[in-house]
Design a protein around this ligand. Structure first.
Ligand code: MCA
Ligand code: AMP
Length: 500
């Protein structure tokens, strides 16, 4: 090979190495500038307008001193500015740190201190009175700036976002997700779920979680389809949104599908008639919901499995059998194995921990080297989920190694609530467990061994003040003592059934 051709290959390689999310968004932001891409409330936006707004926002952030590698915390409900900010950060190499809007002071404080952001952006006061830039004012200021393209300062390996996951030790850890992680996830979903530019995506999930961010926002921009973004999913209004927008695609958590079963059959059939694909994930979809939904909407929901740390891992096929109760087959490029306690892979039908490896897997936990090291074994990420594979290669999840509770698709680590309750007056000992719930999947219940100053009303008020709404125990059961093993470990399965 001549020197010139080696140089050309090297150049190409460099070009490849510098690909980032923005290159994959060019399908919409560049190629479909004049097409309407987004509906939000009564407003519509062309892809060109979305691109221009984010260029203005990037200029504003840069003007305020943001540099590649700085963190920006965003505490926002779904809105167009959320998209402006995500894109602006991607362009500048600024690390985007979304915070769950339901979090209260205690939870926000942890993320703020851990991520150490250059700024925090919100619509109103942020719990904890952290200094914040008000998003509407930012947009007003950005509007006056040039919307010409900015210099893209990121590569595939740049960290695009740090997304906080509930930690087993009580404090949540920030998962560092690179541009390449998001790219692989988006390309996989577009290919495997056959997403095309003439699709219409109804997105009601919160953008602060990767379900909406990576599967919703990124897939929308990579495919160039049209998206209606809702501020949030409100089950009373959901049918109207479906009927007026006539989406072809919907991504939801099981609670949303359970809520949709409330629709009268004729409305359900009408909604189903324009839909091409309903996808469900974030928590187990009960087999009876899949069956009832099929009967009412004439659609077999496609269930898939993901995690913040890995984005999407396993999915039922678009063509081919969508097996009820399973999460399907590993997505392209992703290796999955089921591993026993002794670290060895198990056979078909045997339960073990799900390990995954692939370009979708995160880079590590922000500032947590030890936790990162412990999270991997021989290059595989240890998910903490238990599951098994059947003879056709379909995976079924059957619980967690830890006692994670998933309520409405939001994760809750009992330890975090237990630590909080132990700090309150009247609580000598406490155990928090997940109890089955028809709509939310599970809800937390607290078992409290009281001291003489226990006042349950006050305790509940404290929870309301300091914890996200989905973490507040739905019942407080007062018990004389907690059942423990000889080693002192609480045997949660021996606790009495809760009274609601
Ligand atoms: C729920 N609430 C909210 C929101 N969502 N408040 C503000 N903004 C929101 N987006 C609060 C309500 O105020 C209420 O609080 C409580 O939650 C329940 O609300 P309700 O109207 O009764 O809603 P629902 O019909 O029960 O439905 C809840 C929901 C919500 C819309 C399904 O749970 C939700 O958006 N879940 C999605 C979570 C998600 O995106 N998870 C993905 C994680 P109160 O009780 O005080 O009245 S990422 C992940 O898991 C991996 C990667 C994966 O595989 O996807
Ligand atoms: P998160 O930490 O919020 O990313 O939540 C990831 C967890 O959600 C996984 O580890 C699983 O326990 C759970 N999860 C996601 N999708 C599914 C699914 N389809 N079925 C059961 N659990 C799921």
């Amino acid at each position: 090979m001549s020197f010139v051709s080696i140089a050309v290959v090297f150049d190409r390689l460099l070009l490849l190495l510098t690909m980032n999310l923005l290159h994959t968004f060019a399908n919409s932001l560049e190629a479909k500038k004049t097409a309407v891409g987004l509906e939000f409330g009564t407003a519509t936006f062309t892809f060109g307008e979305i691109d221009a707004r984010s260029n203005q926002m990037a200029r504003l952030l840069k003007g305020r001193g943001f540099e590649s590698g700085d963190r920006l915390c965003v505490y926002l409900e779904n809105c167009v500015e959320f998209i402006d900010l995500f894109l602006a950060c991607s362009k500048l190499g600024v690390i985007f740190v979304p915070i769950n809007i339901l979090y209260r002071e205690r939870e926000v404080t942890h993320i703020y201190n851990d991520a150490n952001p250059k700024a925090l952006i919100s619509t109103a006061e942020v719990p904890g009175n952290f200094p914040s830039w008000k998003v509407k004012e930012l947009r007003m200021e950005a509007k006056g700036l040039s919307s010409e393209p900015v210099k893209i300062e990121t590569t595939g390996d740049s960290t695009a976002a740090i997304v906080y996951t509930s930690g087993t030790t009580g404090a949540s850890k920030g998962a560092m997700l690179t541009h390449n992680n998001f790219i692989v996830n988006g390309i996989n979903l577009i290919t495997c779920w056959q997403i095309k530019e003439d699709d219409r995506l109804l997105l009601a999930l919160p953008l602060f979680h990767v379900h909406a961010l990576a599967n919703g926002l990124h897939v929308w921009l990579m495919s160039g389809c049209r998206m209606r973004l809702l501020e949030r999913f409100e089950h009373q209004k959901a049918a109207d949104e479906f009927q007026s927008f006539q989406p072809t695609l919907f991504f939801g958590v099981p609670t949303m599908y359970i809520r949709l079963l409330d629709q009268p059959s004729d409305v359900a059939r009408k909604i189903g008639s324009t839909l091409r694909l309903f996808v469900c994930g974030s928590a187990p979809l009960p087999a009876h919901v899949l069956a009832s939904f099929r009967e009412k909407y004439d659609h077999t929901i496609l269930e898939r499995y993901g995690m913040t740390e890995t984005l999407m891992n396993i999915s039922n096929p678009y063509h081919g059998e969508r097996k009820a109760g399973t999460v399907g087959l590993p997505l392209p490029g992703i290796s999955v194995k089921i591993v026993a306690e002794n670290g060895l892979p198990v056979g078909v039908g045997e339960i073990g921990e799900v390990y995954v490896k692939g370009p979708n897997v995160f880079f590590g936990y922000w500032k947590r080297e030890e936790a990162t090291e412990n999270a991997f074994k021989n290059g595989y990420f240890k998910t903490g989920d238990l599951g098994f594979a059947d003879a056709d290669g379909y995976y079924t999840l059957c619980g967690r190694k830890s006692d994670l509770i998933i309520s409405g698709g939001f994760n809750i680590y009992p330890r975090e609530i237990e630590e909080f309750l132990l700090e309150q007056a009247g609580v000598a000992e406490v155990a928090v467990v997940g109890v089955a719930h028809d709509v939310r999947g599970e809800v937390p219940v607290a078992y409290v061994v009281p001291t003489k100053d226990l006042n349950i009303t006050l305790l509940e008020e404290k929870c309301r003040e300091h914890l996200a709404s989905f973490k507040i125990p739905k019942a407080f059961m007062v018990v004389d003592k907690l059942p423990r093993t000889a080693l002192g470990k609480v045997q949660k399965h021996l606790l009495p059934a809760p009274k609601f």
